[in-house]
Design a protein around this ligand. Structure first.
Ligand code: GAL
Length: 323
């Protein structure tokens, strides 16, 4: 107690700079600086940690070896906690072993490690969303649309012909959103046929390119576009606009995931039919609160940590968004 009072007195005398120096240091390693959703997640982390944690952020630009070096550097710099958005979720096994070796708490986020890897270190956590739930919500949005707009079955064959734009291969969100969106559509009683699927790595530019190509091949046979995220959905909308859609009566339901700011704008304008929120604010809040607890040497419990956690995995719930 006496030491604590002396410390407070010292901090008051030395002013805000000294107070900042006492904050726990969190080393954040993000997979890329060019990802819209990750950008907003990091912005929220920055905002929500002000005055409580000292964050330092580095970007791996999609290179796992580079990220491994960055993590080693963070450890050498003496950070108190690591928060890593792995380039390759399977390689998280190495990062978990490193953190364990140095006895550092590790928060992985957005790219989910394998459960057996996470289980190997009891001071390793994951914060993200349940991509199955997000896929299901996408499928339900599409089903709602076709129930309200039977005329969108353009060829009247009673089957919805769709194209799918996938994120990165091997990313849990790409694999599971793809699977569960289509499964939910059929569970809702709709008959579907996949015309084609293309991988567009979460990127708007690639989404546009791939969609333009699909329109060249399939033209008006496409009745629905499902995209694993909003950036690819917005790219698809650009290609559709260039092909004359959304100008007059000719429209097409496009459904994404994330609810980024540009996606919300596209929904308001009536171009993007719907999206599923990937709640960046709550994921950031969970990372910040978890980091603060771990920095103080406390394990999260139902009493001190207000987010649902199972086996050190935190899934923030998602909700559908339309006009
Ligand atoms: C997903 C998100 C994508 C992309 C990806 C990066 O959860 O929906 O837009 O940011 O994470 O790992």
């Amino acid at each position: 107690m006496k030491r604590w009072l002396t410390l407070c007195l010292l901090l008051t005398l030395l002013g805000p700079a000294a107070a900042r120096a006492e904050l726990p240091r969190v080393g954040i390693c993000a997979y890329s600086s060019r990802d819209t959703f990750i950008g907003s997640l990091l912005g929220q982390i920055r905002e929500r940690s002000q005055g409580t944690l000292d964050f330092q952020i580095v970007y791996a630009q999609n290179d796992q070896n580079r990220q491994n070096d960055q993590v080693l550097q963070m450890i050498a710099d003496g950070v108190d906690i690591l928060a890593v958005n792995p380039v390759d979720r399977v390689s998280a096994v190495y990062l978990i072993a490193l953190a364990r070796q140095h006895n550092l708490p590790l928060i992985l986020f957005n790219r989910e490690p394998l459960r057996e890897d996470l289980a190997a270190y009891d001071n390793a956590y994951y914060v993200g969303i349940d991509p199955r739930q997000q896929g299901e919500l996408q499928g339900k949005l599409a089903a709602d649309y076709f129930r309200a707009h039977p005329e969108q079955d353009l060829n009247g064959d009673g089957i919805i012909q769709y194209v799918l734009l996938r994120g990165e291969p091997g990313h849990q969100d790409a694999e599971l959103r793809s699977l569960f969106s289509v499964r939910a559509l059929t569970q809702e009683g709709l008959r579907v046929q996949k015309l084609a699927e293309e991988t567009a790595y979460w990127e708007k530019g690639l989404g546009q390119e791939r969609m333009a190509m699909l329109l060249n091949v399939y033209g008006h046979r496409v009745e629905l576009v499902i995209a694993n995220n909003d950036d690819m959905a917005l790219g698809a909308i650009d290609a559709l606009k260039a092909a004359g859609y959304f100008a007059g009566a000719q429209t097409i339901p496009v459904i994404g995931v994330d609810a980024t700011a540009p996606a919300m704008e596209a929904i308001a304008q009536g171009a993007l039919y719907g999206t599923v929120e990937n709640d960046a604010a709550q994921q950031a809040q969970a990372v910040v609160e978890l980091a603060a607890l771990l920095a103080a040497g406390n394990a999260p419990t139902a009493d001190n940590f207000p987010f649902p956690m199972t086996d050190r995995v935190v899934y923030i719930p998602s909700r559908p968004v339309t006009q």
